[in-house]
Design a protein around this ligand. Structure first.
Ligand code: GLA
Length: 397
């Protein structure tokens, strides 16, 4: 969706469901994480980019204290009282939205309409994009004066309390603070973000994201178990978080499972810094090796991969001109990223199609991604909108 298309889709959908015009609309992007996986909830380092796929939220204040929300993807209207917001059935999309509204405590009731060109369930952080889009739109329409960091934290809190998933801060920070042409070096210990150059395209290298179509659910138990194992490893070492642990300490852990989990996290933090340095120097082959190492660690030590993700990485490794690949996001299915010379893209995709056909798996989805801007207000499309440009880029007013 271009900025203009996103604004129009939001306005038209809003008019169709609620009648009349929204006051403002915001687009918040999904993310892919270049490296630094399963580190954020142990106060570690990660390196996400925002991508040019978005969740768009249009909003209008109400005279009463009702919260009403519709999604383009669902029939019907969700309704609640602003003063009595509670988590609903587990996994329901309205939880994310209601959790953010509860966290922002707006002075007026709201009508919200949600639409997206970011697929849900692909490991591209559609829930964080929804939280950040809702938070940004409500903050704006009610003049609450929250910063993008604060909105990201409200989103994470909504995920933790209303959606019941103990995630870190990476996804919401990427969606709120992404920058075109830059990856975000996110330090979850002090919650700082340093934008670092991320323009592989200038060296004829593309970043592709393959949605394996192997379904994943952060709300499934695997993520939560890893979260708890990592906390148990930190406790066994007597440190506040594994960010404080050195590689040698980890090897002293008695429990073999906790040792593997901690080993992944400690080494992964180091790989993030290696990738930042190599990307800054344009050494894409070095970046690629770190991606492969990260995948091996996630598969063998952290045990969050999936046969389809392993296959994507194996096909990448066997294709000339591919420089690196790894699963991205929580794992257990979802997406993998592939860094490759532009000329290798067709060969890689052909080989992967063949591998999928042999397995009889449902076809994967593929898209090139570039580092895009974080959440942004869409120009009011009733007055011409933003011609061209991805939502979130060139669409600010
Ligand atoms: C999910 C969580 C993030 C992060 C990743 C794994 O996307 O929402 O906070 O923990 O998994 O790196």
């Amino acid at each position: 969706m271009t900025g203009g298309e996103a604004a129009r889709a939001a306005r038209d959908g809003f008019a169709d469901r609620f009648g009349g015009e929204p006051e403002v609309a915001w687009a918040a992007p999904g993310r892919v994480n270049v490296i630094g996986e399963h580190t954020d909830y142990q106060l570690g380092l990660s390196l996400p980019i925002a991508i040019d796929r978005h969740v768009v939220v249009a909003v209008r204040r109400r005279a009463d204290r009702r919260l009403r929300a519709c999604s383009a993807a669902m029939p019907g209207t969700e309704e609640a009282d602003l003063d009595g917001l509670r988590p609903g059935p587990r996994g329901h999309w309205f939880n994310y939205l209601a959790g953010v509204v509860a966290g922002l405590r707006p002075p007026a009731g709201l009508d919200l309409f949600v639409t997206a060109d970011l697929p849900a369930g692909a490991g591209l952080s559609s829930s964080a994009a929804l939280e950040v889009a809702v938070g940004s739109a409500v903050n704006d329409v009610c003049g609450l004066g929250r910063t993008p960091q604060e909105i990201a934290l409200v989103g994470q809190a909504a995920e933790n309390t209303f959606a019941g998933v103990s995630t870190g801060i990476m996804d919401q920070f990427a969606s709120a603070l992404g920058q075109a042409g830059r990856a975000l070096l996110l330090d979850s210990r002090d919650r700082t973000v340093v934008p670092v150059p991320w323009r592989p395209e200038e060296a004829g290298v593309v970043l592709g994201v393959v949605d394996s179509r192997a379904s994943r659910q952060v709300t499934g138990g695997g993520y939560q178990r890893r979260f708890e194992e990592a906390a148990a490893a930190a406790a066994a070492l007597g440190v506040r978080s594994l960010r404080e642990a050195a590689a040698a300490d980890v090897e002293r852990l008695q429990d073999p499972v906790l040792r593997l989990r901690a080993r992944h996290i400690v080494r992964e933090n180091g790989r993030v810094l290696d990738v930042v340095e190599a990307a800054g120097r344009g050494e894409w082959a070095v970046v690629g090796q770190a991606l492969y190492a990260s995948h091996r660690s996630l598969a063998d030590d952290y045990e969050v991969s999936h046969p389809a993700l392993d296959r994507i990485v194996a096909v990448a490794q066997a294709t000339d001109g591919v420089v690196g690949a790894r699963l991205t996001g929580a794992g257990f299915g979802g997406s993998a990223i592939v860094l490759m010379e532009t000329l290798a893209e067709e060969d890689f995709l052909a080989a992967l199609r063949e591998a999928y056909a042999v397995e009889g798996w449902a076809p994967f989805q593929y898209a090139r991604v570039r580092a895009a801007a974080g959440a942004s207000r869409l120009a009011p499309c009733g007055r011409g909108g933003a011609p061209g440009g991805a939502a979130g880029e060139g669409a600010r007013d």
